[in-house]
Design a protein around this ligand. Structure first.
Ligand code: ADP
Ligand code: MG
Length: 389
C-alpha cells in the first residue's frame, strides 16, 4: 500500500521517548475505472431472520442489463439455536448474525475465488425482517461499501425471493408474472411487471403458511423448522384421513388464513376446544395428520394462485420462499400451471429458503440507478411470532 509523505501541517503525536511522530495520511486508492464491457462482481448479504448468508455474483456491468450468475452462496443456519423455543427468538438471532457475518463473507469470497478489491458493489437485504438481525447485515454492507468505495444497494427480501426465479432461469423471461411468496413470515400474491415493479394482490390475514407448518409441527412433536419435518412425516400418512378446513377456498378475494387450520389440527389431536395436550405417540396418527394438514395448505395455495393467474391473464408464475421447497406443493403447483398453460418458475429448494444470492436483484437496481445512501436504515416490517399454537 502506498503512503503519502506527511504534510508539514499534519497532527503530531508525542512518542514515549519525547519525539513527535507525524500521523501520515493513507490516501484512498484512485477509483478504478473498469472497462464498460467488463463484468461486475458483487457481494450480497442476507440477515433478515435466522439465516446468516453471503453470496458473490457476477453479471453485466450496469447500465448493461442482464441476469447475474451465482459464483458462490453460503448460508449459516441458526436452526440449532432456536429449536428449543419452537420459533425464532429475535435477540438470539441478532447475536448469532454478529458472530457469523464475517466468516460467511470470507467463505463466500473464498469459494468464488474473489478478493475484496474485486468487488464492484455490495448488496444487502434491508427489509422486511427482524430489526436487530437486519442491522447486522446492513452495518457490514455499509462498512464494506465505504471502505471499498463501491455502491451500496439496499434490496427488499420479498422481491429477492421472487428474483430467485430469474436467477434459477437466467435465459428465460420471468417477468411480467404472478408472484407467490410463501415463507415463514409471508404468504402473498403479487402482480410483478418487472423485478422492481410489483403490486400486492393479497396475502394472509393471520399466520403465514410456513408459520403454520412450524406451529403444527410443534403440536405433532416434530421439532423446528416444521416444514421439512411435516413433509417427511406426511410421506407415510394418508392425506385424506382428516377433513381439515380450507379457508377462503371459494371466496373471490385473494386472501389466505391458516390459523383456523392449525386450531383444527389441535382439536383433531386433543378434542374440541382443547387448548393443548401431550405430544402424540402414535406414528400413524402423526403421519395422517401431517399429510392431511400439508394437503390443506397446498390446496389453498394452489387455488388462490390459480385465481390470481386467471384474473391477471398472465401466462407466467414465479414462486419463492421456504414453503416452495415442499415437494407436494411443487408437484401440485406444477400440475395447476400446466393445466392453465402457464410457464412456472420455481427455484431449486436451496434458492427457495433464505439465501443471499437472491439479493442479486441488486443488479437490476443498479441498472435503474437505485443506489442507497450510507444513511439508509432498515425497515422491520412483519415479525414472525416465536412460538406456536
Ligand atoms: P423467512 O423468509 O420467513 O425466514 P424462509 O423463506 O427461509 O422464511 O422459509 C422458512 C419457512 O419455510 C419455515 O417456516 C419452514 O418451516 C418452511 N419450509 C422450509 N422447507 C419446507 C418444506 N419442505 N415444506 C414446507 N415448508 C417448508
Ligand atoms: Mg425468506
Amino acid at each position: 500500500m502506498c503512503v503519502d509523505e506527511a504534510d508539514p501541517g499534519e497532527p503530531r503525536h508525542a512518542q514515549p521517548d519525547g519525539t513527535a511522530e507525524t500521523l501520515r495520511r493513507v490516501p484512498h486508492p484512485a477509483p478504478r475505472t473498469p472497462h464498460p464491457d467488463s463484468q461486475l462482481v458483487f457481494l450480497a448479504l442476507e440477515t433478515t431472520c435466522d439465516e446468516t448468508a453471503a453470496a458473490v455474483l457476477e453479471g453485466p456491468r450496469p447500465p448493461r442489463a442482464g441476469v447475474p450468475r451465482i459464483r458462490s452462496s453460503v448460508v449459516a443456519s441458526q436452526v440449532g439455536l432456536h429449536q428449543r423455543y419452537g420459533g425464532v427468538v429475535p435477540e438470539i438471532a441478532a447475536r448469532a448474525h454478529v458472530r457469523q457475518i464475517l466468516p460467511m463473507i470470507d467463505e463466500a469470497l473464498r469459494r468464488a475465488a474473489v478478493a475484496l478489491p474485486d468487488l464492484g458493489a455490495v448488496a444487502v437485504a434491508t427489509r422486511p425482517g427482524l430489526v436487530g438481525a437486519l442491522v447486522v447485515g446492513l452495518t457490514a454492507a455499509k462498512a464494506l461499501a465505504l471502505a471499498l468505495e463501491v455502491p451500496l444497494v439496499a434490496v427488499d427480501h420479498l422481491e429477492g425471493h421472487l428474483y430467485a426465479c430469474q436467477l434459477a432461469y437466467p435465459d428465460r423471461e420471468v417477468y411480467p408474472c404472478v408472484g407467490l411468496v410463501v415463507s415463514g413470515g409471508h404468504t402473498s400474491l403479487y402482480l410483478c411487471r418487472s423485478p422492481l415493479e410489483s403490486t400486492f394482490l393479497g396475502g394472509t390475514t393471520d399466520d403465514a403458511a410456513g408459520e403454520a407448518f412450524d406451529k403444527v409441527a410443534s403440536l405433532l412433536g416434530l421439532g423446528y423448522p416444521g416444514g421439512p419435518a411435516i413433509e417427511r412425516a406426511a410421506e407415510s400418512g394418508d392425506r385424506t384421513a382428516f377433513a381439515l378446513p380450507r379457508s377462503f377456498l371459494h371466496d373471490d378475494r385473494l386472501i389466505f388464513s391458516f390459523s383456523g387450520l392449525k386450531t383444527a389440527v389441535l382439536y383433531a389431536l386433543h378434542g374440541q376446544n382443547a387448548r393443548g395436550g401431550a405430544i402424540p405417540q402414535d406414528p400413524s396418527l402423526v403421519g395422517d395428520l401431517a399429510a392431511s394438514f400439508q394437503e390443506a395448505v397446498v390446496d389453498v395455495l394452489v387455488a388462490k394462485t390459480r385465481q390470481a393467474l386467471i384474473r391477471s391473464q398472465l401466462k407466467r408464475l414465479g414462486v419463492g420462499g421456504g414453503v416452495a421447497a415442499n415437494s407436494r406443493f411443487r408437484d401440485r403447483i406444477g400440475a395447476m400451471a400446466a393445466e392453465l398453460g402457464v410457464e412456472l418458475f420455481i427455484p431449486p429448494p436451496a434458492l427457495c429458503t433464505d439465501n443471499a444470492a437472491m439479493a442479486g436483484i441488486a443488479l437490476p437496481k443498479l441498472c435503474a440507478g437505485q443506489v442507497a445512501e450510507l444513511e439508509v436504515d432498515v425497515t422491520a416490517g412483519l415479525i414472525r411470532p416465536a412460538r406456536g399454537a
